[in-house]
Design a protein around this ligand. Structure first.
Ligand code: NAP
Length: 346
């Protein structure tokens, strides 16, 4: 690819980013909110710009409405506070992440917003993803107000993906107002999260949204990792053109690193000179997943995106697939989750 001549404004912007320790990249590789085609597809790796400003070659998913989403992002669940979250996001943006996943329930959207502002990276070059909590659901403008409040916390006028965090409470009323926000341009794509409880009521809500809503969801977020590869969920969502985004991609903080310690994964890691986390994340991407590993550790954040100089072989992929035991590591039931509808935020 030929390097484009920079305008003075771009040059100044890049200089600012470099002094802030954050690299910019050419608008020609901009991923977010770009409408290019009608059907979701898994694109090849993002073309990297030349020279010192090159970004990691994170593959891009094109959602069913054309919105493009880098398939590796930073998760922000359990960041201890907004200041730590801001530092984690800045470390990620510096390392080349352009997708950040947050939620009202995480109490760290302000930190994410501050990081994006301070990075100096143009807003349209970052995929910002958040989730409405159950207390945000409701008709008569309740959810629209919650969306405006979210945008204020994030210091932005749109999010790239907005999820309903849980399929409980007034979720169908919330969806109708999310559709309005989508039409107003405050949200570029709509997502459903945790619509995978084995419960007929949850199934009915899933069916209502994927089959009968005016604006159908573009993406679904569920727990997914080598020990719970969610083969049934994949089968269930296949007709609806939903990108699968994996939370707990490494097994989550509360798992005591059980998947990171797995013998098969560590054998592959040693043979490859990579870490277990890198092998797991590479597996996710080669499976076509979007993965959002969470971390507060800048070394881990950097390590987790340094996965584009190798490819797992068919045999290595098969070894990791064979680890599947559909063992969820987060085990709240639908009935327990329904209790959240009347409770406070997480
Ligand atoms: N929709 C939902 O209901 C839902 C639920 C849960 C999570 N999520 C989203 O999904 C994201 C990912 O899930 P998660 O953060 O809970 O779990 P995760 O990404 O599977 O695991 C995070 C844990 O892994 C550690 N870690 C990260 N990189 C590592 C590395 N290279 N080597 C060793 N340890 C490493 C982190 O510790 P350090 O901080 O020390 O690196 C942290 O303890 C969340 O952050 C959140 O954005 C969504």
């Amino acid at each position: 690819m030929k390097n484009k001549k920079m305008t003075r404004r771009e040059a100044l912007r890049n200089l600012g980013l470099l002094t802030a320790g954050v690299f910019a990249f050419s608008p020609s590789v901009m991923a977010c909110a770009t409408k290019t085609q009608d059907n979701k597809s898994i694109d090849k790796a993002t073309p990297s710009p030349v020279g010192a400003l090159a970004l990691p070659a994170v593959p891009i998913a094109t959602l069913s409405n054309g919105v493009k989403l880098p398939r590796l992002g930073l998760g922000t669940f359990l960041q201890p506070d907004n200041d730590v979250c801001k530092a984690s996001c800045l470390a990620a943006l510096k390392a080349g992440y352009r997708h950040i996943d947050t939620a009202h329930a995480y109490n760290d959207e302000e930190g994410v917003g501050r990081a994006i502002m301070e990075s100096g990276i143009p807003r349209e070059e970052i995929c910002l993803v958040s989730k409405l909590w159950v207390s945000d659901y409701g008709a008569d403008g309740h959810t629209l107000k919650a969306i405006d409040e979210m945008l204020a916390r994030l210091q932005t006028d749109y999010v790239d993906v907005l999820y309903v965090h849980q399929p409980v409470g007034e979720v169908l009323a919330a969806w109708k107002e999310m559709e309005q926000a989508y039409k107003q341009g405050k949200v570029k794509a709509l997502g459903i999260s945790n619509f995978d409880y084995p419960d007929p009521e949850c199934d009915a809500i899933f069916d209502e949204i994927v089959k009968n809503s005016e604006i159908k969801p573009h993406i679904m977020q569920v727990e997914c990792h080598p020990y719970a590869q969610r083969l049934d969920v994949k089968k269930k969502i296949a007709p609806y053109n939903l990108q699968l985004e994996c939370w707990y991609p490494l097994g989550g903080k509360w798992s005591n690193g059980v998947i990171l310690k797995d013998e098969v994964i560590n054998k592959i890691a040693s043979a490859r000179g990579k870490s277990a986390a890198q092998i797991i994340l590479r597996w996710h991407l080669q499976e076509g997943h979007s993965a959002i590993p969470g971390s507060t550790n800048p070394a881990h954040i950097q390590e987790n995106i340094n996965i584009f100089d190798f490819e797992l072989t068919d045999d290595e992929m098969a070894q990791i697939r064979a680890l599947n035991k559909e063992q969820r590591l987060y085990t709240a039931t639908y009935q327990q989750t329904k209790g959240f509808a009347n409770g406070p935020r997480m």
